[in-house]
Write a protein that binds this ligand. Sequence first.
Ligand code: COA
Length: 321
Amino acid sequence: MRVDGLFQLDDDQSHAVLSLARRATTTDGVTPLSEHVLLHVRHSSGGSVDDPLSHFLLYDGTQLAGYAHLEHGSGGEPATAEVVIDPDLRRGGAGRTLVQALLKQAPDLRLWSHGHLAAARAFAARDGFTSVRELWRMKRPLGPEVGAEPLPEPRLPEGFTARTFVEGQDEDAWLRVNARAFAQHPEQGRITRADLDQRFAEDWFDPDGFILVEDPHGRLAAFHWTKVHAHAATPGNGQPSHPPIGEVYVVGVDPDYQGHGLGTAVTLLGLRHLESLGLAEVMLYVDGDNAAAIATYTRLGFQRADVDVMYSRAASGEPAA
Ligand SMILES: CC(C)(COP(=O)(O)OP(=O)(O)OC[C@H]1O[C@@H](n2cnc3c(N)ncnc32)[C@H](O)[C@@H]1OP(=O)(O)O)[C@@H](O)C(=O)NCCC(=O)NCCS
């Protein structure tokens, strides 16, 4: 077996990785790569020459046996990776071969596992990785047809108004508030204009589902970006395997305006929008240690449905391979 570390993928490599991810999703019942990584894979061929070394392709002869995506940490943060092995080629050392290649690049590597799979737990433990962070997926039914609790009335503070995102006008203000709201959040807070444009180019993007709340002076105070998953969580396979589901994609409140109920109000505005589209269910991701957010979402009727786990060797003191 051979590992190729690449800065960018060409179209054939990108298709092969997406196909492998789809097969793993069918086998495991959960997608092995996050949305951020899938976007990187799909848009990789148009990337810049300055891209960091982030794609690792494992070949068994000419067949793609596995893929890993390495996200280099910035500002002293550790690198993170997502790893997937072709379901037909597991338990033959492929996963370890890929992780060894990643560890050469990033000895402080952390691994994300989606869905708390037993194989991932055993695989991580085998090399001394232990769970250090959990990302919860919470769900809530929507609408009277499925007997869902009615959504409470959103209440904005006096003089605050809500409207939808206008492309070509609101990007800079949104990037500023997003960075301030998620200053402590490793992935979300660093979103750039290019990242934003990539999401706007996706089929699911709908400015009507991107709600902004402004203060009485027209300054952006909070936002709720919703998303509709029209098909299965499986990326790009075009085969609907569950009814469409809404997502609380990201809710942010500028720190200057926190503590006034804006988070709940803007969340409700987005949920009402998703309900008005006729969606029967909505989900969201939240950090397992974000007690305030989990309490807010629980009050709004959400319950934990699934969990992603981050594994690290730092906690166990294992030496790097
Ligand atoms: C987890 C995954 C990457 C493992 O890939 P793999 O090629 O099967 O792993 P390896 O053959 O290198 O296994 C190395 C060790 O991990 C452990 N392990 C891996 N899969 C296991 C399983 N299903 N049950 C028990 N132990 C397992 C074993 O100790 C194994 O060594 P052994 O076979 O000598 O006993 C693969 O199952 C996969 O792609 N899963 C879906 C994506 C995923 O969960 N990624 C997150 C990884 S943290």
